[in-house]
Write a protein that binds this ligand. Structure first.
Ligand SMILES: [Zn+2]
Length: 467
């Protein structure tokens, strides 16, 4: 099997260690099989000279809503084919932005994940919650006050919230979403900004209801992620064995302490509030929702400080909705304003992988799955570069080049084609990287050209298409 070498790279491995300068990474099949900081003999393998750019682990967004291509109150105003098309575009854009893995916190149907796994469309590795569980009048009960019908059916693209009350219904709801392909269970343990009949300061579900749902998740060897802002909601979730508290904007020291002691993860999602407050109204957010978003944004940074100071494990999610979908990497910049750029990167790589129980992802080391992002520039100097999709030059997922904006892998294959025994002396590049002959001259050179998936990109592309 031919190996793929990335050489001349500033490597930030996701563990929090200092970057390695002029480093190299060897990928064989879907795994990293070597890494180092000194010149390496690359043999006749495929070599990508990343030209001093930065290599990061594939980013993980632990709180997405890939199928929420509109503000949640407007999802039913678009046709289902349009919703599907926008969801596929969103998946492609997410991968192209360097997010090779997401934990989806609700609404996205299992079929979207299946389409990626079957190689039909590009997209990140997806861990889905499908329909979030909500009590009547809770944060995933999107019926306006004047509507009575209890449950909206899933249409096979978008899973609305599953409204359940009392322990037996919570058990049913948990089993039902797991049957429908959920990888983890999302619960609404308190009020939220966008739902029509509750408020961010409300608590939702009882301790018994949450414990029943946690029991079902554990029986299926998975976990519960809980939307919760208030200390009361957080304390109830921690006691019930919830794995991660989503948002946590109103956390206090006592609740943070309880999280730290229990080992509960926090997944702060500041980006979505920042964006909703900035221009949510223009995108159809109601006035009341915008006011609640402002209320929780006001406490978001203080909450992050409290969580950090108490030693809570801090993961990272963007929670972006509708037109804000392309801004997932904004979360890292906002987190970095409190944690610093390195810890913001660690949250979105190593800690998110730990949260998802993915031992093989989140850091770069021999034996790990080769999910890599090549960024033009140094995110430790300026983490906002991760938001510029034009600077995400290469994305490797599962050892395969999935996105190649700068043509790095085609340059590599041309060079590999030149690597015949006669020209071997010319194979020392100016960076001191030696390409030796591994003795298998009969192997087809240049045969491992990986075809980049269609580019998608960003809003610019979307806007051009609209014109
Ligand atoms: Zn969410």
């Amino acid at each position: 099997m031919d190996a793929l070498y990335l050489v001349n790279a500033r490597i930030i491995d996701g563990s929090g260690s200092d970057p390695v300068q002029a480093g190299w990474i060897r990928v064989e099949g879907r795994r990293i099989t070597g890494m180092g900081g000194s010149p390496v003999r690359t043999g006749r393998n495929q070599v990508i000279d990343v030209g001093g750019r930065t290599v990061l682990p594939g980013l993980i967004d632990a709180h997405t809503h890939l199928a929420a291509t509109e503000m949640l109150n407007l999802v039913d105003t678009v046709s289902r084919p349009v919703l599907a098309a926008k969801t596929f575009a969103n998946m492609r854009q997410t991968l192209a932005a360097g997010f090779t893995t997401v934990r989806d916190a609700g609404f996205t149907d299992y079929g979207f994940k299946q389409a990626v796994e079957r190689g039909l469309v590009p997209g990140p590795r997806m861990f889905l919650a499908t329909g979030p569980l909500s009590q009547t009048g809770g944060h995933s009960d999107f019926r306006p006050a004047e509507v009575q019908d209890r449950q909206r059916r899933s249409d096979g693209l978008y899973h609305p919230g599953v409204v359940v009350d009392g322990v037996p219904q919570c058990q049913w709801g948990a089993r039902e979403v797991l049957r429908r392909g959920a990888d983890q269970i999302k619960i609404m343990a308190g009020g939220g900004c966008t739902s029509p009949t509750d408020h961010v300061t409300h608590t939702q579900f009882t301790a018994e209801e949450i414990a029943a749902i946690v029991h079902e998740a554990r029986a299926r060897r998975t976990h519960v992620m809980a939307h919760a802002y208030t200390p009361e909601s957080i304390l109830t979730c921690v006691a019930a064995g919830v794995r991660s508290i989503e948002h946590a904007n109103l956390v206090d020291e006592e609740a943070a302490e309880a999280m730290a002691v229990a080992g509960t993860f926090a997944v702060p999602t500041i980006a979505t509030f920042d964006l909703l407050v900035r221009d949510g109204r223009e995108h159809g957010l109601t006035e009341d929702s915008a006011a609640q978003a402002a209320l929780v944004l006001e406490r978001a940074y203080e909450a992050l400080r409290i969580l950090r100071d108490k030693g809570v494990r801090i993961g990272s999610g963007s929670d972006v909705l509708g037109a804000h979908q392309p801004f997932k990497a904004l979360e890292l910049q906002l987190k970095a304003s409190v944690l610093g750029p390195m810890d913001a990167l660690v949250a979105a790589t190593r800690t998110n992988a730990e949260l998802l129980g993915l031992d093989d992802l989140g850091t770069l080391a021999p034996g790990k799955i080769a999910d890599l992002v090549v960024v033009d520039g140094d995110p430790l100097d300026d983490i906002s570069i991760l938001q510029d999709s034009g600077r995400i030059h290469l994305v490797v997922k599962d050892g395969q080049v999935a996105v190649d904006r700068a043509g790095l892998s085609s340059v590599a294959s041309q060079r590999v084609r030149r690597l015949t025994p006669e020209t071997e002396e010319s194979c020392h590049d100016h960076r001191g990287v030696a390409h030796d002959d591994d003795g298998s001259a009969e192997k087809q050179r240049g045969a491992s050209v990986r075809i980049p998936l269609p580019r998608l990109d960003d809003q610019d592309a979307a806007q051009r298409a609209r014109r």
